[in-house]
Design a protein around this ligand. Structure first.
Ligand code: ZN
Ligand code: ZN
Length: 265
């Protein structure tokens, strides 16, 4: 037990935890703010996990499925209390939030069991890890380990190349940005093993896919990914898309993009 944990009751007395979203005293994410988090639900693309109007395979995955990932799943939309909690964890070091957010992953796995042998947190580059002091994905995975007993393995995958922020990149640029950024540690043999990648947030899934490729080369039988949140790129797709998706299976993001572009859907 670390010093901070040991003196937690005393620290809480003098510096009571405060909700990172609304500022209410008592918890790092208060109950009303937790209730405000929007779950993605079951109507998703069964491959990439993007929210859909109907559970199906989305038009993006029909063209370019996220192989070798079997599937990506996210628990919440990257909005409001969830996006604030993830930012507070990553950029302000409120590590207690990893337990709260990690328990959302536990609840998800209890409801949607995935047969897996181990959790692999998406690794940070050594420089980023040194600067931040912790890997938020590893803290999330450890919460699952403590609750469900599935081991967290940080000795499988490493980030061998630092990458630029993906924020202003489009789907194709994101894939190029992270290509070859991850490698298994020497001697890793995953033959017959099923693994679950853990990360805080996924957008196009490019990072998760770049993680899955070396795991597949190391022999992994099945590779899944689970994130606390799912975000989308705030851009309007260019005109002249080759084939429009059937009207009943729109990605919810498509609807949002069209609304923001002033198009009627
Ligand atoms: Zn709150
Ligand atoms: Zn998809």
């Amino acid at each position: 037990m670390g010093l901070k944990e040991r003196f937690r009751p005393v620290l809480d007395l003098f510096f009571p935890p405060k909700c990172v979203y609304c500022g209410r005293l008592g918890d790092y994410l208060c109950r009303p703010c937790r209730d405000e988090a929007q779950p993605i639900g079951r109507e998703v693309c069964i491959r990439c996990g993007n929210p859909m109007t109907v559970r199906s395979v989305c038009h993006l995955c029909r063209r370019d499925p996220p192989d070798p990932l079997r599937g990506i799943r996210g628990v919440f939309f990257y909005k409001g209390p969830i996006s604030q909690s993830i930012r507070s964890l990553k950029y302000h070091g409120v590590q207690e939030l990893a337990t709260i957010l990690g328990m959302f992953l536990v609840d998800y796995l209890r409801e949607h069991p995935i047969p897996i042998d181990m959790l692999i947190p998406v690794p940070l580059h050594a420089q980023r890890l040194a600067a931040r002091g912790f890997n938020q994905s590893e803290l999330l995975a450890q919460t699952i380990t403590r609750t469900l007993g599935i081991p967290t393995r940080n000795d499988i995958l490493r980030r061998v190349r630092a990458t630029q922020s993906q924020t202003h990149l489009n789907r194709v640029q994101r894939q190029q940005n992270v290509a070859g950024a991850f490698e298994p540690y020497p001697g890793v043999d995953l033959r017959g093993r099923s693994v679950l990648l853990i990360d805080d947030v996924a957008t196009t899934g490019a990072t998760l896919r770049a993680c899955a490729q070396p795991l597949a080369r190391a022999g992994a039988a099945e590779i899944w990914a689970l994130t606390v949140a799912r975000a989308h790129i705030h851009t309007v797709p260019g005109a002249g898309r080759a084939s429009a998706p059937p009207a009943d299976v729109f990605l919810l993001w498509d609807g949002e993009r069209k609304r923001s572009a002033g198009m009627v859907i």
